[in-house]
Design a protein around this ligand. Structure first.
Ligand code: GLN
Length: 474
């Protein structure tokens, strides 16, 4: 799927050289969306006219002999929690219905500056809380490989749009795995960049200390191109680093690269087929010259609990801004006083999972519990980061399964705890801030399996090298 299609860079070149028209190219992509999406439901909104208009404008500039950007003619889907000027941004929630941000997120500005074509906004779990893309207010997204299965989440719409061939590239956000999980379940590539590598300006926040906007693609070259374009310091986001990612200084191949297989990432509950496919892929990397060994990362058992405490605490404070006055929906309550009006909007317009997290997050931050939960979680977080730093002294890249299981069935009943548990392998990279990438390594029972690669801060290039070597193996 997608392997034989030209790369994004090749398409942009053909458009610049007038070998193909940008309008034809974009129109042919847009034609696919209604056909595929009536079953998949990856998109919450499609901006067809704007996309075609932009394509025509690019053709005009080409004909005038002007230079066009590196994403000319490349269709891109954007998760509905990233602001695109004039397009809806619901975050999958009723509470933001009707909200159209009057500005572009920095990542969007950068994509537009390279002539990328934003074709629409994609479905997600409400406020990015979840891993199945079923919890949003606008119905579930289905996995294009098997419509009875979830696409993963919370960036499930973006992953399904890429996997279904509806767009070439997509943006998601990853707070605890939301780019990597759906990438894994939909057999595409997804990157959670180093914390501070990509601007969060214009990303509607869930848990600021954990999340990053990340690229999704069907091939490594396209993934790294989009990463290169969206990353870098942004004066509008003071958490972005001035350290520039070493683009272009990519190791030539995996020969001699030390790869550590993290035993703890194959823990209890990992399905046999998942372990087998990830270990097979590791064997292939070894055959290509990588030096593979067993890595131990201590204290990983605390990661999931620490993650959920920190994430919910930050969410409870972030979501207090939705009061029915400033943005989106508002429930009329006659002459009700302020508290009643506020409560009425939040009661009606937030879904069950969001409410659960606001309540738990408020609890862990309240006097008396703060030390017992929140502070302890922050300490565990620090410990985990140091354990990884120790492991990275011995290994250039660490790996394991992205998700411990195959994509669950849509509508399958699970408890919140069971649901949280499938994030066990993805949350450590968010707690520690490391970059992590999921790449497809095969299918079991007809369902995709992904492998997760992790590297030290700002070493995304290593991840691209490993993924690219695996992608082109004989
Ligand atoms: N599933 C995790 C959560 O619900 C991760 C979500 C995300 O990365 N946005 O918090």
């Amino acid at each position: 799927m997608g392997r034989l299609a030209p790369s994004a860079a090749e398409v942009a070149r053909r458009i610049a050289d007038q070998e193909i028209s940008c309008e034809d190219r974009v129109a042919s992509r847009l034609d696919r969306i209604p056909r595929m999406d009536k079953d998949v439901h990856a998109f919450l909104s499609v901006a067809k006219d704007e996309a075609l208009e932009k394509a025509r404008e690019i053709d005009k500039r080409v004909r005038r002999g002007e230079k066009v950007g590196r994403l000319a003619g490349i269709t891109i889907a954007v998760k509905d929690n990233i602001c695109v000027r004039g397009m809806p941004a619901t975050c999958g929630s009723k509470i933001l219905e009707g909200f159209r941000p009057p500005y572009d997120a920095t990542v969007i500005e950068r994509i537009k500056a390279q002539d990328g074509i934003i074709v629409g906004k994609t479905n997600m779990d409400e406020f990015a809380m979840g891993n199945t893309t079923q919890s949003g207010a606008y119905g579930p997204t289905r996995n294009p490989w098997n419509l009875e299965r979830v696409p993963g989440g919370s960036s499930g719409g973006s992953a399904a749009a890429v996997a279904g061939g509806m767009v070439t590239l997509a943006l998601g956000s990853d707070t605890g795995g939301s780019v990597r999980c759906p990438a894994s379940f939909c057999s595409i590539l997804g990157l959670k960049p180093t914390y501070g590598a990509v601007s969060r300006y214009g990303l509607i926040p869930y848990a600021n200390s954990l999340e990053q906007v990340g690229p999704m693609a069907r091939r490594v070259e396209d993934l790294s191109l989009l990463y290169e374009i969206i990353s870098g310091h942004d004066p509008k986001d003071s958490t972005t680093s001035r350290r520039t990612a070493p683009h272009g200084r990519r190791p030539a191949g995996v020969k001699g690269l030390r790869i550590g297989v993290v035993k703890e990432l194959f823990g209890e509950g990992t399905q046999k087929d998942v372990s087998r496919l990830v270990l097979d892929a590791t064997g292939e990397l070894e055959a290509l010259g990588a030096v593979v060994g067993d890595a131990r990362v201590g204290n990983l058992g605390y990661a999931l609990a620490a993650y959920y405490i920190v994430a919910m605490a930050e969410a409870s404070s972030n979501l207090s801004r939705y009061d029915g006055v400033r943005y989106g929906a508002s429930v009329e309550k006659g002459n009700a006083d302020w508290n009643e009006a506020f409560a009425a909007t939040r009661t009606e317009c937030f879904g069950a999972e969001v409410k659960r997290r606001i309540i738990l997050g408020t609890f862990v931050l309240s006097a008396g519990y703060y030390e017992a939960y929140y502070l302890k979680a922050e300490k565990a977080r620090d410990l985990i980061r140091r354990e990884f730093e120790r492991a990275f002294k011995k290994f250039d890249v660490l790996l394991g399964p992205t998700m411990p299981v195959l994509p669950p069935k849509i509508g399958e009943k699970v408890t919140p705890l069971e649901d949280y548990m499938i994030d066990v392998n993805t949350v450590p990279a968010n707690l520690a801030g490391f970059p992590a990438l999921s790449l497809p390594v095969g299918f079991a029972e007809g369902l995709p399996v992904g492998m997760q690669l992790m590297a030290p801060h700002f070493e995304e290039e290593r991840l691209f090298t490993v993924a690219a070597s695996y992608e082109v193996r004989a």
